[in-house]
Design a protein around this ligand. Structure first.
Ligand code: SF4
Ligand code: SF4
Length: 187
């Protein structure tokens, strides 16, 4: 088992951004696990394992380094962030057990709050707000479902209006709906 001693102290000025990621993520994940971000040795195993990195300019290793160095604005503005499919391969393989995927998810939440988000993501978000599904159910999908012997309409928010109401209550209570609609309006 490798040592997880931080290479950068979390209270250093340069790691304010990393500290912010850790504090924010601690609402969901164990703090000690998130702090492993500071132990990244830039070995590149994450990037070498990343299916998105093979076909896009997205580089998870570079993002971990920039997060360590406190380059918040540069990271939040990086459109490549949205190329991560959250497959968790990098997180499973990291020799330092850095929570790479969860860190990317946290950074994306911060980017979204700062208004750095791509239009297609806003559109799928609006679909989700309206129907409880990110991708609309098309007639051809219903036809395919029928062919394989499952109900044309799945037993989800599309079947249960009370479940959709719960989703819509949540997206309103969290401010997600307001933010998405505002960003769509701003174009
Ligand atoms: S695999 Fe882990 S230690 Fe290696 S570069 Fe990626 S995050 Fe850093
Ligand atoms: S979780 Fe994201 S960054 Fe990690 S390997 Fe999968 S696509 Fe790449």
């Amino acid at each position: 088992m490798s040592s997880t001693k931080p290479l950068i102290k979390i209270d250093e000025e340069t790691s304010d951004f990393a500290s912010e990621i850790v504090e924010r993520g601690a609402r969901i994940f164990p703090k000690e696990e998130l702090k492993r971000l500071l132990t990244c040795i830039q070995c590149g195993t994450c990037y070498g394992s990343c299916p998105s990195g093979r076909i896009t300019a997205y580089n998870v290793r570079v993002i971990m380094r920039k997060a360590q160095l406190g380059l918040k604005e540069e990271v939040l503005r990086d459109e490549n962030l949205w190329s991560c499919t959250t497959c968790y391969t990098c997180q499973e393989r990291c020799p330092r057990e850095v929570e790479t995927t969860d860190t990317i998810r946290l950074i994306r939440n911060m980017a979204f709050e700062a208004g750095y988000v791509k239009k297609p993501h806003l559109i799928v978000s609006r679909n989700f707000i309206e129907t409880g599904h990110s991708i609309p159910l098309r007639d051809e999908d219903k036809e395919k479902r029928k062919r394989v012997g499952v109900p044309e309409i799945p037993p989800t928010t599309l079947t249960f209006p009370e479940a959709l109401k719960e989703v819509q209550t949540l997206v309103e209570a969290t401010g997600f709906k307001e933010k998405v609609l505002k960003l769509l309006e701003e174009g």
